[in-house]
Every structure is written in C-alpha cells, then in structure tokens.
Design a protein around this ligand. Structure first.
Ligand SMILES: [Zn+2]
Ligand SMILES: [Zn+2]
Length: 349
C-alpha cells in the first residue's frame, strides 16, 4: 500500500520526551478521508500511553485522539465527507462492524475496536498513530461532522473528555429533574458539569477544597459539596441519580455511594485499576445502588454530542499550546495545572 511520510511528535521510549518524527500515512483508500489536522486536544491517556503507565505501549508512539481538521483528500467511494469540510476524529478509527456492539452503535465495546493511537493498523500492519501529527487518514464511517458555529480548538476535547461524560449521561437518561454529581474537576469533570447542566439536570460538584466553588458554578454546577467535610457528606445522603467519577487514580468510593438515591449509579470513567479501599456492599444492597464503568462513546453518540454542543454553544475551556510545548504540558497536567484541557495548535508542527 502506498504511504506518505508526514510530520508528527511522539515518544521513542517511556523515558524519552516527545520529539519530532516522521510517520507513514496510507494514501486514501476507496472509503477514506484524509485530514489536515488543525487542533488536537491533550488527554490524560496520551500521557499514560507515552509513559507506558498501563504496560501496553508499543514504541514509537504518537498520541492524540481529540482531532479536528479539514478534509484534504477523499477516496473514490467516499460519500459522507467532501474536500474542504471541517471534521473530527475521536478515540476510534475502526471496529469490526459485525459484532453485537457494532450493530448497536456501541463501537467502543467492540472487541476488535481500533484505537486512534496504539491500536492495530490493519492497513499497514503497524500500531496506529494519533493526532500529534499534521495529517491522518481515517475510514469515512469514523469521521465526524463538526458544527460550524463553534471554536475549533475548544471543540477538540469534546472528542474524548466530552463523549466520556456524555455517554453515561445519556445511558442513564439524565434530563430535567435528574440529580447528577461529578467527582473531580479536570478535563472530564468540567465537561460533565457543562453537559449535565445543559441537559437540564441539577448538578453538584464533589471537591476536596472550597477554592473550586466559583469555577464550578461558572461551569454549570448548582452546588459544591466538600467531600472531606463529613457533615456535608452526611447531609448529601440519598440524593443523586447519577454520579460521574472522573478521578484518575484509586480513591475511596464508599462515601460517594452513600450519597446515591435508591437505584442510583456511580459510574467510573477516569480510572483503570483495582479499587482501594474495597467497596462496602451494604449501601449498594440496601438501596439497589450500582457502581459501574463506562468507556468513551460510539460514533453515532459522538455525532449526537457534537450536534448538541453546536445547539447549546458548548466547547471545552482550554489553553492552546504549540506542539513544541507538549512535554511541559505533560508536567503541568501531572500537577493538575491546566484549566481544563491543553489543545495543540497543529500549525506549529
Ligand atoms: Zn482521551
Ligand atoms: Zn465489532
């Protein structure tokens, strides 16, 4: 298959900083879309993958799965997108198309899903490479339409941080009258506040410190509960229909489970790993409360979210950086020193 070398930024080992490199991209096949990447958001998964925190990284790795770009070439049979369109690519670039998950618009749960980076590129028989690059080629079915009224840099994080919050809000049917709480105010958490608020829910942020109060309210929270304050936590018992827990490390879920209403669900979206401490089952059994997990969203659901963001004028709060500042951005992310997402301006590459 013919390929073209394109500019990218990636890591060669888990110890190395990200640096400039060249990677091959296939020439557009019949159903492909080639994008010039304009912006790419910086997700915590990018950092975990570059540093091999999950032990699965194949090097060299080019991260990035919050991609907004312009169509530069299309394949001969491509009908969904045209040259010049502004489009987006999220965390998935392919799936098997035939399993139960794929048939039900749940490509994120397909056992053969192909991640935008670190997946298996069936065309080139190499790992897939992500959006820290000036071009990418993706099957048209995995390329999304972008509303024309939104800031394109601010839109990029919708493709991962946004959909990761949106999918549980939709699955658990959040709307007017729902009580939703969010744990953690980072890239995911700030999108969860905005989206739950826009769906008409009453929204609460659990925070360990009071200094996030004003920011949380500006993002759509009706209330902030200080999770280290036992009196406030006690008062919050039996309230929430859905809690979206975005915290990216092991932490005690039990105080939050106690604030769920009967039949309520706490859904983990930010942490992969064993729980510590363990879950106490009494609050679950005595209130039919659930603890669940959720992974990004399917393609149709991601398109639904992009359209919703267009209608409600929602984008992410971001700090735009040039590609060359990515290593500093990673250091700052580790200290939670970003409101609330870095987005790379790919013109800098
Ligand atoms: Zn991500
Ligand atoms: Zn499938």
């Amino acid at each position: 298959m013919n390929t073209k070398q394109v500019k990218a930024y990636g890591a060669e080992t888990k110890e190395s900083d990200l640096k400039p490199m060249h990677i091959p991209r296939r020439d557009p096949q019949a159903h492909d879309v080639e994008l010039q990447i304009l912006f790419c958001g910086v997700c915590h998964s990018d950092l975990h993958t570059a540093k091999n925190d999950w032990g699965m990284t194949q090097y060299p790795v080019v991260p990035g799965h919050e991609i907004v770009g312009k169509v530069t070439r299309i394949g001969s049979a491509t009908t969904k997108h045209a040259v010049g369109d502004t489009v987006a690519v999220g965390c998935l670039v392919d799936s098997c198309r035939t399993c139960g998950s794929c048939k039900n618009d749940l490509e994120q749960y397909c056992p053969a899903r192909v991640g935008t980076y670190g997946g298996h590129d069936t065309y080139l028989n190499t790992p897939t490479h992500g959006g820290y690059s000036n071009r990418i080629v993706v099957h048209e079915d995995f390329v999304l339409r972008v509303p024309n009224n939104l800031d394109l840099a601010g839109l990029a994080p919708v493709l991962c941080a946004g959909i990761t919050s949106w999918s549980p809000l939709r699955h658990w049917k959040v709307g007017k009258g729902s009580h939703v709480a969010v744990v953690g105010l980072g890239g995911l958490g700030h999108m969860a506040l905005k989206l739950a608020h826009a769906l008409g829910a009453r929204v609460t942020l659990f925070s360990r410190s009071a200094h996030k109060m004003a920011d949380a309210k500006a993002l759509g929270a009706d209330e902030v509960i200080i999770s280290t304050d036992d009196a406030q936590m006690k008062k919050a018992a039996n309230q929430f229909d859905l809690i979206i827990d975005t915290v990216p490390y092991a932490h005690d879920l039990n105080p939050y489970v106690g604030t769920l209403a009967i039949n309520g669900t706490l859904v983990i979206v930010g942490y992969l790993g064993p729980l510590d401490p363990m879950l106490a089952t009494v609050p679950m059994i005595t209130g039919r409360r659930s603890v669940a997990g959720s992974l990004i969203g399917g393609i149709a659901e991601t398109q639904e979210l992009l359209d919703f963001c267009g209608e409600h004028n929602i984008t992410s709060d971001i700090e735009v950086i040039p590609m060359q500042e990515i290593n500093t951005a990673y250091e700052r992310m580790l200290k939670s020193d970003v409101k609330y997402r870095f987005v790379i301006d790919m013109e800098s590459l």
